[in-house]
Design a binder for this molecule. Structure first.
Ligand code: SF4
Length: 378
C-alpha cells in the first residue's frame, strides 16, 4: 500500500504530520471516481470553451476568466474569438483596439501580457503554442494554473489545475486547515491535486473539479445534498464548511480618491494615457488629481498638481462621483468639468485633445467610460 502524507495546521501554529493510510487512499480513489462520474452523467454546465481543443481559444478563455465570473467573461470570449479567430490575428491587432475590446473586464495587465504572448508565439514560435506544461509556463502571463489547463485541455497532458475552485473543493473534502495562500499550502494542494488526477483523462477530470467548485461546492451555501462527494466529505461531516478553505491573511483594501477634471475646449476633451506600474495601465483618462482623502472643488484649485497645469480656469463644475471596488483597492472617482473658449496650454503633461469620434475609439477604465458615455452621449 502506498503511503500518502498530509499536513494538518493546528491553532498554535504548528503542523501535525498525519500519515494517511489505507482508508485515505481509498477516499482519494472515491473522490476521483465520483467526480468523473458526476461530470460524465450529471454535470450540465455548458460554456463555449468547454471541450475546446484549440490551445489559442483555451488560453483566451483562461486569461479572460482569471478573477472574472464565467457569465461576465462569456461576451468577452465571444468578442475576442470573433475579432481575432487566430493567435496570429491577435498578434497583429492594433493595441488600442485590443484594449477597447477588453474594456470593462479590469486587471488590464492580463490584456497587456496576452498581447505580448500572442506576439511571441507568432514571431518566435511560428504561431504554434508549446504542447506541454514546461513550454507553456515560460510564456508571459501564463502561470501554473493556465499552463496546466492548456496542457490538459488541448494536449491531454497529465497536469492538474489548481485554482480557487480546486482549493475550496479539496480543503472541504479532505478537511485541510492549512492556509492555501502560503507557499507550503500551495505546494500541498498542488501535490494533492496531482495525486487525485485521472491521468488517462486529465481534461475531463480538470473540467469536473472546476465545474463542481463553480456550481456545487460554491463559496457560500454549497449544495451538499447534490454533491457526488458528500458521503466522505469531512467539512460536510464535521460542520466545517464555513471555515474552509483557510486563508492566511486578510486582504488589505486601500481607498484611493481620483479627481478627474474634464477639460473641454470646443468639441475636444483633454485625455492622457496611463503609464507606470499601477492599475489601468495603458488605458486612457482625463486629467487626474489623486489624493488619499476626497476633495471639493475649492480644494482642487489649491493643489500643486492643478497649479502646475498652468490652467487659467474660470469655473470648475462638480459633475458626479462613483465607486469601483477592485481586489485590493476601492477607487472613488469624482468628476469635474472645466470649459475653455481658447485652447488651454497644458504645461508639462503628456496628453492629447480628443473629439467624440476619437473618444469612441479609445480604451478607458470602466469607471471613466461610464461617465463619458453618460456625459458626452456616445
Ligand atoms: S459535500 Fe458539500 S462541502 Fe463537501 S465537497 Fe461537496 S459541496 Fe463541498
Amino acid at each position: 500500500m502506498k503511503l500518502v502524507c498530509s499536513l494538518r495546521w493546528l491553532s498554535d501554529g504548528t503542523y501535525l504530520f498525519c500519515t494517511l493510510m489505507e482508508h485515505q487512499a481509498k477516499s482519494k480513489s472515491f473522490f476521483t471516481v465520483q467526480l468523473t462520474d458526476w461530470h460524465a452523467n450529471t454535470n450540465e454546465r455548458s460554456l463555449p470553451w468547454k471541450s475546446e481543443k484549440d490551445p489559442y481559444r483555451i488560453w483566451l478563455s483562461e486569461v479572460i476568466l482569471q478573477q472574472t465570473r464565467a457569465q461576465q467573461g462569456l461576451p468577452y470570449y465571444l468578442a475576442f474569438t470573433n475579432a481575432y479567430p487566430t493567435v496570429q490575428q491577435l498578434a497583429e491587432a492594433d493595441e488600442n483596439e485590443v484594449f477597447r475590446l477588453w474594456q470593462g473586464l479590469g486587471y488590464y495587465n492580463r490584456c497587456k501580457n496576452m498581447l505580448a504572448t500572442a506576439r511571441i508565439i507568432k514571431d518566435q514560435l511560428g504561431g504554434i503554442f508549446p504542447d506541454n506544461y514546461d513550454g507553456l509556463i515560460q510564456l508571459k502571463g501564463i502561470g501554473p494554473y493556465t499552463a496546466a489547463a492548456i496542457a490538459s485541455f488541448a494536449f491531454g497532458q497529465p497536469n492538474a489545475v489548481v485554482d480557487g475552485n480546486v482549493y475550496r473543493v479539496l480543503a472541504r473534502y479532505f478537511g485541510i486547515e492549512l492556509p492555501f495562500d502560503t507557499s507550503e499550502g500551495k505546494k500541498h494542494f498542488a501535490a494533492l491535486a496531482q495525486q487525485l488526477l485521472d491521468v488517462n483523462n486529465s481534461s475531463a477530470y480538470n473540467q469536473a473539479i472546476m465545474d463542481l467548485g463553480a456550481t456545487v461546492c460554491t463559496p457560500r451555501k454549497p449544495k451538499c445534498s447534490e454533491c457526488p462527494l458528500s458521503k466522505k466529505c469531512i467539512a460536510c461531516r464535521d460542520n466545517l464548511i464555513e471555515l474552509l478553505p483557510v486563508r492566511s491573511k486578510r486582504i488589505e483594501v486601500k481607498k484611493r480618491f481620483f479627481h478627474y477634471l474634464l477639460i473641454h475646449w470646443q468639441d475636444y476633451v483633454w485625455i492622457r494615457k496611463r503609464t507606470g506600474n499601477d492599475i489601468w495601465q495603458n488605458l486612457h483618462e482625463p486629467f487626474l488629481i489623486e489624493t488619499v482623502t476626497p476633495m471639493e472643488t475649492e480644494d482642487i484649485i489649491q493643489t500643486e498638481n492643478f497649479k502646475n497645469t498652468g490652467l487659467n480656469y474660470s469655473t470648475i463644475t462638480y459633475e458626479s462621483k462613483t465607486t469601483q471596488r477592485l481586489t485590493h483597492q476601492i477607487i472613488e472617482a469624482r468628476f469635474f468639468s472645466l470649459h475653455f473658449s481658447k485652447k488651454p496650454a497644458m504645461k508639462s503633461h503628456a496628453g492629447v485633445w480628443m473629439n467624440k469620434n476619437e473618444l469612441r475609439k479609445t480604451a478607458f477604465p470602466k469607471t471613466v467610460l461610464s461617465f463619458l458615455e453618460k456625459k458626452l452621449y456616445f
